[in-house]
Design a protein around this ligand. Structure first.
Ligand code: S3P
Length: 442
């Protein structure tokens, strides 16, 4: 998007402990949803703490292209919505950049409007599967012309009125769940999603906050979320907490750099997102939660973390959805643990911004870490906290979390670890390098 045209290599190093207090940018998942629901409410929604990363800006641009009025005034964002059912035909293709969340959730929104929209994205996004949203949205009446394999670029034609649906998720995906629920907004009757394994629940929380009626039940087949269609959404004042997925990088950095003591303030601790903290604590990490509070209906805390000796564990596969974006940085933490860390049940990592199992395995090996790649995960044999060899340039593959993970690995390496291109970091964590420098990294 606005990124410079030339690759920007990044090498971080530490000559002493990391210390200090930092904040991380707003939660990406919540930021997307705040803009989308604000754009469907009648009146002015005010958002503070919005993540101003490229992914969220892609959502803002798409909502503007479909009629919403969105502007940034000083530190807050002001959204004037069009009302449920009021989205307009966009005149240009919707450029989703690198953002799977923008794409899949917006496909849901468009599906129940009389709109034809074309979605385009970068090379990473154009390789990711969209069949998982095309399937349920087709059942609701939308039609699609997609690139081979159900990929972008694709054109969809929504149907109004759409057909309500009860849909059981075939993969544990909050994006698919949200796409169906958002399609259900402009659909008469009840739209239900059954999730056999619970995924992040920001859509449910925020839909209820905007005044939609939702029923959430626990059935033998899983968690059932039912949305009553055609609600009137009321504008909200939203404070977006810091993104736990971004906080994971300074957190693990402090764990692996000897002598470090770091506080990350104002981090979202929604239980459907906070799996990493418990896993690291089970490995021996000294992490404590201070100032636990509710901000805008989401639990928030300040995280205090100190350098800690870590021990390898078997990570229970059922915890994966609550930390799905944190595995790349957990692989890095595992490289400094004593013994083996076994992480399985992670097939979904192969269809993120990159194949995160293969890309991390290759980069870790290049840096001297012992790993065994499995079809559904990775086994990392750690070195008990010694510096890794390093001395490699690793490919970020247009994946922000891969880039930040290897930048953090380099903080405790005998020879520099260089990330070939740090530009993707701007999709989710503008200011990452400045924040790491403020803690003492070079
Ligand atoms: C997200 C859901 C997850 C996550 C992504 C954000 C969301 O994707 O990896 O970064 O905001 O709903 P999946 O639904 O594909 O698991």
């Amino acid at each position: 998007m606005n990124a410079p045209a030339i690759a920007q290599p990044l090498t971080l190093s530490a000559t002493g402990p990391l210390t200090g207090t930092v904040t991380v940018p707003g939660d990406k998942s919540i930021s997307h949803r705040a803009l989308m629901l604000g754009a469907l409410a009648v009146g002015e929604t005010v958002i503070t703490g919005l993540l101003e990363g490229e992914d969220v800006l892609a959502t803002a641009a798409a909502m503007r292209a479909m009629g919403a009025d969105i502007e940034r005034r000083e530190t807050s964002w002001h959204v004037h919505g069009v009302g449920v059912g009021g989205l307009l035909q966009p005149r240009v293709a919707l450029d989703m950049g690198n953002s799977g969340t923008s794409t899949r959730l917006l496909m849901g929104l468009v599906a129940s409007h009389p709109i034809t929209a074309t979605f385009i994205g970068d090379a990473s996004l154009s390789g990711r599967p969209m069949g998982r949203v095309i399937d349920p949205l087709s059942l609701m009446g939308a039609s699609f012309t997609a690139s081979p394999g159900g990929r972008l670029p694709l054109t969809m034609r929504g149907l109004c009125p759409a057909v309500p649906l009860r849909y059981t998720l075939p993969v544990a995906s909050a994006q698919v769940k949200s796409a169906v629920l958002l399609a259900g907004l402009n659909t008469p009757g009840e739209t239900s999603v059954v999730e056999p394994i619970a995924t992040r629940d920001h859509s449910e929380r925020m839909l209820a906050g905007f005044g939609a009626t939702l029923r959430i039940e626990t059935a033998p087949e899983g968690r059932v979320i039912t949305l009553i269609g055609e609600p009137e959404l009321r504008p909200q004042v939203i404070t977006v907490p810091g993104d736990p997925s971004s906080a994971a990088f300074p957190l693990v950095a402090a764990l692996i750099v000897p002598g470090s003591s770091v506080t990350i303030a104002n981090v979202g601790m929604n239980p459907t997102r906070a799996g990493l903290i418990g896993v690291l604590q089970a490995m021996g990490a000294d992490i404590s939660l201070g100032q636990q509070r509710l901000v805008g209906g989401e639990p928030v805390a300040d995280l205090h973390v100190r350098h800690s000796p870590l021990t390898g564990i078997e990570v229970p596969p059922d915890i994966a959805p609550s930390m799905i974006d944190e595995f790349p940085i957990l692989f890095v933490a595992a490289a400094f643990a004593q013994g083996r860390t076994v992480m399985r049940g992670l097939e979904e990592l192969r269809v993120k911004e990159s194949d995160r199992i293969a890309v991390m395995a290759e980069g870790l090996r290049a840096c001297g870490v012992t790993v065994e790649e499995l079809p559904d995960g990775l086994i990392v044999t750690g070195n008990g906290g010694e510096a890794v060899a390093g001395g490699a340039t690793v490919a970020a593959k247009l994946d922000h979390r891969i880039a930040m993970s290897f930048a953090v690995l380099g903080l405790n390496a005998r020879a520099p670890v260089t990330v070939d291109d740090a530009r993707p970091i701007a999709t989710s964590f503008p200011g990452f390098v400045a924040m790491m420098k403020s803690l003492g990294a070079h």
